[in-house]
Design a protein around this ligand. Structure first.
Ligand SMILES: Nc1nc2c(ncn2[C@@H]2O[C@H](COP(=O)(O)OP(=O)(O)OP(=O)(O)O)[C@@H](O)[C@H]2O)c(=O)[nH]1
Length: 208
């Protein structure tokens, strides 16, 4: 019967996901790997770039709008504009560079000022796992920090395609679970649809 297929009744959720982290940790490479399943040695980001990816899951369609921010220090002051309205954030560091984990902790503090824990899903991501021989950050260190802060955690390699799909899938699952919880407690504020005014503001910010 028309309109009663699984496709017809499956809800669609659009989520803004921001990638945050120091310069050269691999933000663009992770987005590129996830969306294009490819890796390029040079992907410099000026200001901000934008990717979309759609996941057709059994219970819902999830559309990710992935905002890739430049890690250069000069962009840090405008970054709160990028993550405004975000549903999820990937805090990315480079496992071969301890300082990038310290910077990720500062990004987390920024996010904590802007969002309640229930408003955003945050994943801590140690990238460049293929360079484990040059590791400066032990897996346990990232894992332990993520656990104390209630973050999702994984180590990835955009280059060798390790755990890249998995972390985005974990984020999708967590967001959908929160949708279910919200549906069963209707008084809570729903954030699954994109407000057009808000969306226009975001486009403006991307032209910085
Ligand atoms: N070995 C290895 N190199 C990587 C990986 N991910 C990224 N790179 C390299 O690290 C460098 C920086 O990658 P980008 O993706 O441009 O990093 P970014 O965080 O987007 O950098 P900005 O846009 O400057 O903030 C590039 O030379 C990439 O090829 C990885 O998983 N493994």
């Amino acid at each position: 019967m028309p309109g009663t297929s699984l496709e017809g009744i499956r809800p669609t959720y659009t989520y803004k996901v921001v990638l945050l982290g120091s310069m050269s940790v691999g933000k663009s490479s992770l987005a590129y790997r996830y969306v294009k399943n490819d890796f390029k040695e040079l992907l410099p980001t000026v200001g901000c770039s934008f990717f979309t990816q759609t996941l057709n899951l059994e219970v819902a369609t999830v559309k990710f709008e992935i905002w890739d921010t430049a890690g250069q220090e000069k962009y840090h002051s405008v970054c709160h504009l990028y993550y405004r309205g975000a549903h999820a954030a990937l805090l990315i560091y480079d496992i071969t560079n301890k300082e990038t984990l310290n910077k990720a902790k500062l990004w987390l503090r920024d996010l904590e000022k802007e969002f309640l824990p229930s408003e955003i899903v945050i994943a801590l991501v140690g990238n460049k796992m293929d360079l484990a021989a040059d590791r400066e950050v032990a897996t346990q260190e990232g894992e332990e920090f993520a656990r104390t802060k209630g973050l999702l955690f994984t180590e990835t390699s955009a280059k060798s395609c390790h755990q890249v799909n998995d972390i985005f899938m974990a984020i999708a699952q967590e967001l959908l679970q929160r949708e279910q919880e919200k549906a069963s407690t209707p008084s809570l504020h729903r954030r699954s649809t994109i407000d057009l005014g808000e969306s226009r503001a975001r486009m403006g910010c991307c032209q910085l």
